[in-house]
Structures are given as structure tokens and as C-alpha cells.
Ligand binder design. Structure first.
Ligand SMILES: C[S@@+](CC[C@H](N)C(=O)[O-])C[C@H]1O[C@@H](n2cnc3c(N)ncnc32)[C@H](O)[C@@H]1O
Length: 492
């Protein structure tokens, strides 16, 4: 079956745009939460830190992983996963054994991803592995490489890695320029595979999902079940509308989003959100998210912080501000944040908390209450307070982050849903079951769309919501006030 026919069966088609290249377009209406397309990766690899916690075949977490007895490098959750992976792993296994014998380090995930891709291509070409409309090397090859725009330094690195791939896979099977192009193709098409809470676990290439272009105000979202990618509609998508997802962190100013897109994907975004920058509303939004707050007490405005922008005046009231002073304070806060992050990595929670708190004090003086810088610091503080079991402070920080989350992302964003889920769990644990019910209901409304109502996250959320509802009803009738029904706070 051709890719076109395969897509038509799913209610999708490809159109060509002069600037964007191929676009994936809805050929029917998609309703919020509906899966638009789902796909197994053509090639995928776990991050180094996930390799000893997750199955190398299905990417699911398991406490009972068994190592491949030959290479001792990859782990599987069950014999059927191991048997399924064997055809692909066989060649990789020999390579890993050889590297172990030569006492060489296991290649990094980025290199293993390319090795796996090349091995799969060879196996499909020789007929050992079958091909389907959405699982063949031609659709991988159809993805852009941006080879001519790739910086020379990066190409030199890719050439060195291609040499390694050549020594690992039989040299007669690979062409160095081909491999360099594969590295370029992966850089602008592969997706980070995340768990349900958006923590990265690996990388995968999904050649059909990769046809979907970027928007900073996307109408769809990509999530993963194990390593299977699924794109769901965030809103009603009319027939003839392009399906879009986000490639980058959306909590940022137009300038930082565009910089990230240009660096990795080589285009200037002209989406609806970026185009707002042409208007006063867009400029104020950017100043609030990443600029400095206006020094005038009654003004809720902000000042753009970039040196190449007409800064030093509030976008709302026009008052001048001392940018130099703000920048000095910002560097002092950043220094504290660097130290705090180092302490967090070494699990020194108490000193890390102190450093984050000092940084937050400075940031409060210079940033708008909805600034993404302040939001990230408070998010880190919320997590540290949870780890220190200071639930009341964690709740306070969670509440402080929410208006910034809703502004920086969209109200339908899964990240906003997850933040409401944390809020609901904290409120319930602290005995505010009525407020918890409100937060959990809000979270359920968002996460049922983004993750699907049968996902394990939404099932867990529904369970918590049901218990909070029961507790709230019980408290209404109980003469004794607060009654805890034994929530497992460790899952926060
Ligand atoms: C993952 S691919 C998307 C599919 C691609 N359009 C194609 O023809 O196969 C990513 C590349 O698509 C293009 N692209 C994606 N989103 C875009 C956008 N909003 N505006 C312009 N180009 C875009 C860029 O060239 C980017 O590097």
C-alpha cells in the first residue's frame, strides 16, 4: 500500500507548501482527544539513564529486567519482548560483544540510533524484516536533511560518527556521505520519547509523524505509550486544516522560540503566535514572559530584555527603567540557580532549596509575576519541597506557578493539566478535598484530551478524584471535620 493510501484511510493527506515543504492535512474532522495518527518508531534508543530501568524493546518501566546474556548491554522486561527484538538486536549484539572484548565503551545513544537505523534498512532490504506503508526506508529518506545549511563544525562531528558507524556495521554496507545525511536527518526529524509526565526516556524516528510541521500554537500534541508515538487533537480540527505540533519548549518569548527553531530546524516560524509579535499585544506578552517587570507599582506591564530590542521602557506605560541594574540582579540570580542545580543533582535538597529561595527573592524584584524564569524557579522549589516532604510549601509554590503556566503554555496544554494534577494531589493530602476536587476535575478535563481517557495517568487521576469527592461528601456530613482517607503521597 502507498503512504498516500495509508494516510487517506486515517483521514489524512499530504499537501505541499512553498515554505514548509510537506504538510499533514486533515481530510476529515478530528475531535478533541481523538488520535490523529499513531506509529511505532522506525528506529529508537533509550537514554543512558533509562537503560537500566526500562525494557529496550517496549520502553516500559520494569523492576524485573533481564539482561541479554550475550552482550549484557540491553535489558528486556519479558521473553516475548526479547524474542521480538532479536532479529534487530542480533547484529547490534555482535557489535556490542566486540566492543566489550576490546574494553571499549558502549557507543552513545545518538550513535546507536543511527546504527539501529542502518541495521534495520539492511534487514528490510534483504527481506529479513518486512516493510509496510508506514515502516520502510523510503519514507525515512523523504524527510528533509538540511544538509547544506548544517554548520561545518556539526558536519565534522557527524563525519567522525559516520566513521564509527562504518567500523561497527560492515563497511561494504554503508556509504559515509549517506550516514552523515542520516545524522542530519535525525537532528531535525527525530523526537524525544517522554514518559506521561514529559520526562525524557529516549529518542525515536517516526517517519510519518515527522511529516507534521511545527506551530507555537499547535492544534495537536505528540505523546508516547512506551515507545509508540500518538498524536492527539487538542481541539476540533476541521477538514482541510493542517495538523501541527510543537517542536520546542513553548514557555518562552517569540525570540527564544524562534532561535531554538532556527538552530535545530532551520526555519523562521510564522505561526499565529509568532505573528502576534508584530502587534502591541505580542510585544507585551514577550516582555512579560522573558523581560523585566515595570518599576511603576500600579503598572502591570513589563520591559523587553533583549539588547537588540528597543528595551528600557515599559511596553504598557512607557516609563523608563534601569536595564543595567536589572541585568546585574539577573546574573546574581543565575549564579545562585547554577549552584542550586548542582546541589539538586547531588541530591543535597536542603542546601538546594536555600539557594533556589535566594534566587527567587531576587527574581521577584525584577521579573513579572508571570515570568517564565520565576515560574521555573518556583517549579524547582515545589519539587524540592515535595522531596523534603514540606507539603504546605510545595502547595504554595504550585499555586504560584499556575497563572504563569497558563500564560506561557495554552489552557489546553498537557503541562498545565499535569500542574493541576499536582495541585489537586497536594490539596487533597493537606485536607482541602473540595479544592482538590476542583483542581483534579480541571486536570482531568485537559489530560483526558492530551493523554486519552484510558491512559494510566488519567485512570490514576480519576481514582484520586473519586476518593477526593467521597472524602468531601463524607466531611460535609461528618461532625468531626477533617478525615484523611490515606492517600499515597509518595506518588506525587
Ligand atoms: C520534521 S520535518 C516536517 C516535515 C517536512 N515539512 C517535510 O517536508 O517532510 C521538519 C522540517 O519541516 C520544516 N518545517 C516544519 N515546521 C515548519 C514551519 N512552521 N514553518 C516552516 N517550515 C517548517 C522545516 O524545514 C523543518 O526542518
Amino acid at each position: 500500500m502507498s503512504l498516500e493510501k495509508f494516510l487517506l484511510e486515517q483521514g489524512l493527506r499530504i499537501s505541499i507548501d512553498g515554505t514548509k515543504g510537506r504538510c499533514l492535512v486533515a481530510d476529515r474532522i478530528f475531535t478533541p482527544g481523538e488520535v490523529i495518527i499513531s506509529q511505532e518508531p522506525y528506529s529508537s534508543v533509550l537514554d543512558s539513564s533509562s537503560g537500566n530501568r526500562r525494557c529496550d524493546n517496549c520502553f516500559n518501566l520494569s523492576s524485573n529486567l533481564k539482561r541479554c546474556s550475550a552482550c549484557k548491554s540491553v535489558r528486556y522486561c519479558c521473553s516475548s519482548c526479547q524474542a521480538y527484538a532479536w532479529k534487530r538486536h542480533k547484529s547490534e549484539c555482535q557489535m556490542l560483544i566486540k566492543l566489550n572484548e576490546e574494553k571499549q565503551r558502549t557507543p552513545p545513544p545518538s550513535l546507536r540510533l543511527v546504527v539501529r537505523l542502518v541495521i534495520k534498512r539492511i534487514l528490510q532490504q534483504s527481506g529479513v524484516l518486512s516493510t509496510t506503508a508506514d515502516d520502510n526506508f523510503e519514507i525515512v529518506e523523504a524527510l528533509p536533511t538540511h544538509f547544506s545549511e548544517t554548520q561545518e563544525e556539526r558536519l565534522v562531528l557527524y563525519a567522525q560518527m559516520a566513521n564509527l558507524v562504518e567500523t561497527i556495521v560492515a563497511p561494504s554496507e554503508v556509504d559515509l556521505k549517506d550516514i552523515c545525511q542520516l545524522f542530519c536527518r535525525l537532528a531535525c526529524n527525530a523526537h524525544t520519547i517522554c514518559d506521561e509526565e514529559f520526562r525524557p526516556v529516549g529518542t525515536g524516528l517516526y517517519p510519518v509523524i515527522s511529516i507534521i510541521n511545527h506551530s507555537c500554537a499547535p492544534n495537536a500534541v505528540l505523546l508516547f505509550d512506551g515507545k509508540r508515538g500518538a498524536v492527539r487533537a487538542l481541539q476540533r480540527i476541521e477538514k482541510g486544516t493542517e495538523v501541527t505540533i510543537s517542536y520546542v519548549e513553548l514557555a518562552g518569548s517569540t525570540k527564544s522560540r524562534q532561535q531554538a527553531l532556527k538552530e535545530q530546524y532551520y526555519f523562521v516560524c510564522q505561526c499565529q503566535r509568532c505573528m502576534k509579535m508584530e502587534t502591541g499585544e505580542g510585544i507585551l506578552e514577550d516582555a512579560i514572559l522573558e523581560g523585566y517587570k515595570c518599576s511603576v507599582q500600579q503598572c502591570n506591564g513589563a520591559v523587553l530584555s533583549g539588547t537588540d530590542q528597543p528595551g528600557s521602557h515599559c511596553v504598557t506605560c512607557g516609563s523608563g527603567c534601569d536595564i543595567k541594574k536589572f541585568k546585574l540582579s539577573e546574573s546574581a540570580a543565575n549564579k545562585l540557580l547554577d549552584e542550586a542545580n548542582t546541589a539538586t543533582k547531588s541530591k543535597d535538597d536542603a542546601p538546594a532549596r536555600k539557594l533556589f529561595e535566594e534566587a527567587e527573592e531576587i527574581q521577584k524584584e525584577i521579573f513579572h509575576v508571570h515570568s517564565v524564569h520565576l515560574m521555573r524557579t518556583r517549579d524547582a522549589l515545589m519539587k524540592i519541597c515535595m522531596s523534603l516532604k514540606d507539603w504546605q510549601s510545595a502547595l504554595r509554590y504550585c499555586l504560584l506557578t499556575l497563572p504563569a503556566y497558563e500564560r506561557a503554555y495554552s489552557l489546553k496544554s498537557p503541562l498545565v493539566g499535569l500542574q493541576y494534577f499536582s495541585l489537586g494531589k497536594l490539596q487533597w493530602f493537606l485536607g482541602n478535598s473540595l479544592e482538590a476536587m476542583r483542581a483534579l476535575t480541571r486536570a482531568k478535563g485537559i489530560l483526558s484530551v492530551t493523554h486519552g481517557s484510558s491512559s494510566s495517568l488519567v485512570r490514576e487521576l480519576s481514582g484520586t478524584l473519586q476518593e477526593a469527592t467521597l472524602e468531601s461528601a463524607y466531611k460535609d456530613q461528618s461532625p468531626y471535620g477533617l478525615v484523611s482517607m490515606g492517600m499515597d503521597i509518595s506518588s506525587l
